[in-house]
Write a protein that binds this ligand. Structure first.
Ligand code: URA
Length: 245
């Protein structure tokens, strides 16, 4: 009988599952059950971090100078929980640059981005898929220190680290940037990005074409042929563009 309590419970469960799947696609992996915090953030710590920025103090410098300017950073609270800064990895003159979210546990321990499970998948897509050595591309994150419990970086943390990402982009001068997941895509596109809808579409940041795609950790969580195919299409398009004159 359609109106029976068990059918209703079934409907509620089905709707909840669909709702959770949507959140998962947006990169939301946990829910805060505390009362919602006010949306407004203090000056310098809020949504203005998504606005386009003029050249940073770290721009115009080589990678080593950007790293030196970062120093033993304590600009945001992430510094308190890190083992070490995870700056970046790869070819300082790469045509293809990957920007992720922030170091996880393995990255924090080793000081190298994307060396955990998500990193293994990314490396496999680059080396076995695109058939280029990982050392030929440049890989970094929007924040250089591990967020506790692998949560998404907060606006003030992203904001504090932004000049160093900008410095890395300017120093490497890639032909194409691949933004991995919602936080990196939102930062580079300057707005809240619905990654499921916007992946696969070209944008631009600091004059460089940007391809937003799913984060490899999301692909691992939702390991479907369709998600793997979508990321693969995005990476192939990014690689092809990076080979253009
Ligand atoms: N996820 C990221 O976004 N960056 C890493 O370096 C590792 C996992």
């Amino acid at each position: 009988m359609s109106g029976s309590p068990s059918n209703e419970a079934h409907e509620v469960l089905r709707a909840a599952r669909a709702w959770l799947a949507e959140f998962a696609e947006e990169g939301v992996t946990s829910f805060d059950v505390a009362p919602a915090r006010p949306v407004a953030a203090p000056p310098g710590q809020g949504t203005e971090s998504l606005e386009p920025r003029p050249a940073s103090t770290a721009s115009g410098a080589g990678l080593e100078q950007v790293r030196a300017h970062l120093g033993d950073c304590t600009r945001c609270p992430l510094s308190e929980g890190r083992t070490q800064i995870v700056f970046g990895d790869g070819n300082p003159n790469a045509d293809l640059m990957f920007v992720g979210e922030g170091p996880g546990e393995n990255e924090d321990r080793q000081g190298v981005p994307f060396v955990g499970r998500a990193g293994e998948l990314l490396t496999k897509m680059i080396e076995a898929g695109l058939e280029i050595p990982r050392s030929q591309v440049y890989i970094c994150n929007i924040v250089k220190c591990r967020p506790p419990g692998n949560r998404n970086p907060l606006p003030n943390e992203v904001s504090a680290c932004r000049e160093f990402l900008d410095g890395q982009i300017d120093a490497v001068g890639p032909k194409v940037i691949v933004a991995l997941g919602k936080p990196a895509s939102s930062l580079l596109l300057g707005r809240d990005v619905a990654i499921t809808r916007e992946r696969g579409h070209w944008n631009e940041y600091r004059g460089v074409p940007v391809m937003p795609t799913f984060h490899p950790a999301f692909v691992l969580r939702q390991y479907t042929a369709e998600n793997r195919r979508r990321v693969w299409e995005d990476l192939k398009a990014a690689h092809a563009k990076s080979l253009e004159a």
